[in-house]
Design a protein around this ligand. Structure first.
Ligand code: C2E
Ligand code: MG
Ligand code: MG
Ligand code: MG
Length: 289
């Protein structure tokens, strides 16, 4: 299939699949617009679990993950609609909605005397932190919801550090000065330098699940996981393993000193009510007995 045969001034490497992709993206954009306006997005929460033997299986926080169930197309993955929202100028509205919803949910749990026992992590896109008033903006959302910055942990992907190291550093400093906690998400997949990593005031490093998936099959990956954990600890960062699916992985990670884990072994992401039923504790249980 060539542009010449198709005739006209078509892009030389045009392929029929591309037009299908663009078509889907355009439909999806319209659907996402509709979903935003009609409140059809949801936030689910995946527990983050302590790996230390003494506290094993205790929830120490949860990650907020967007969920979108379209009436026509069914479940649409954030891996598809987040990049689309980024490309089509919608990420600020999606991000704002998510942040406000998470803040409101934390407030609802507190009002019900439930404690998430740890912080709720929220994923932040590069474009969000590039916004000049991002720090004021998020501070306002948190204040309006009646919660504290320390109730939240902001996940920045390693990609953010590379794309705009200056902004990442500046915003990182300001956020951390206001009491927000930061973590580096998907670590190991984007080649940030140790220099960049060391400049960001992050408390946590999340190892991407590709490493966890292969760590027991490949000695190379095993050693890589081991050295990332050591390196993070030497930089005073705690470590979280993503995508832990079996007990063997959890045991190996605990052995390596990895602090926390998240994955289907413990729980998938749950609706706020389900999380409350299975994982949240009464806010004052520790002082009551
Ligand atoms: P992420 O931030 O790295 O989130 C972890 C992803 O791993 C989630 O996928 C989660 O469901 C999945 N996961 C957790 N445990 C396991 C496991 O044991 N096995 C496997 N196979 N997967 C596991 P999800 O929810 O599909 O989200 C994909 C990505 O979309 C997220 O990756 C994040 O980059 C992005 N995303 C989701 N919600 C938001 C949001 O509110 N804002 C932004 N900017 N990005 C978001
Ligand atoms: Mg994340
Ligand atoms: Mg991640
Ligand atoms: Mg990931």
């Amino acid at each position: 299939y060539s542009a010449k045969r198709a005739g006209g001034n078509n892009f030389a490497f045009y392929h029929p699949d591309m037009s299908r992709d663009i078509e889907r993206a355009t439909f999806l954009q319209g659907k996402l617009e509709h979903a935003l306006q009609h409140g059809l997005l949801r936030v689910h929460y995946q527990p983050i679990i302590a790996l230390r033997h003494s506290q094993a299986r205790r929830m120490q926080g949860a990650e907020a993950l967007l969920r979108w169930d379209d009436s026509e197309w069914g479940w649409i993955s954030p891996s598809e609609f987040i990049p689309l929202a980024e490309a089509r100028g919608m990420i600020h509205r999606v991000g704002d909605w998510t942040l406000s919803e998470v803040c409101r949910q934390i407030r609802r749990w507190k009002d019900a005397a439930l404690s998430p026992n740890g912080r709720i992590s929220v994923n932040i896109s590069a474009q969000q932190i590039e916004r000049v008033d991002f720090v004021d903006h998020i501070s306002r959302l948190v204040r309006n919801a009646g919660i504290a910055p320390a109730d939240l942990e902001l996940e920045l992907t390693e990609r953010v550090l590379i794309k705009n190291p200056q902004a990442a550093w500046q915003v990182g400093q300001e956020l951390s000065a206001r009491g927000f906690l930061l973590s580096i998400d998907d670590f190991g997949t984007h080649y940030s330098s140790l220099e960049q990593l060391q400049r960001i005031p992050a408390q946590k490093l999340k190892l991407d699940m590709v490493f966890i998936r292969d760590m027991l099959k490949s000695p190379k990956h095993f050693k890589l996981v081991q050295s990332i954990i050591r390196m993070a600890h030497s930089m005073q960062m705690r470590t979280v393993a993503e995508g832990v699916e079996n007990v063997q992985q959890a045991l190996a990670l605990a052995e390596m000193g990895c602090n926390q884990a998240q994955g289907f072994l413990f729980s998938r992401a749950l609706a706020a009510d389900e999380l409350a039923d299975h994982w949240l504790m009464p806010a004052f249980s520790r002082t009551q007995h």
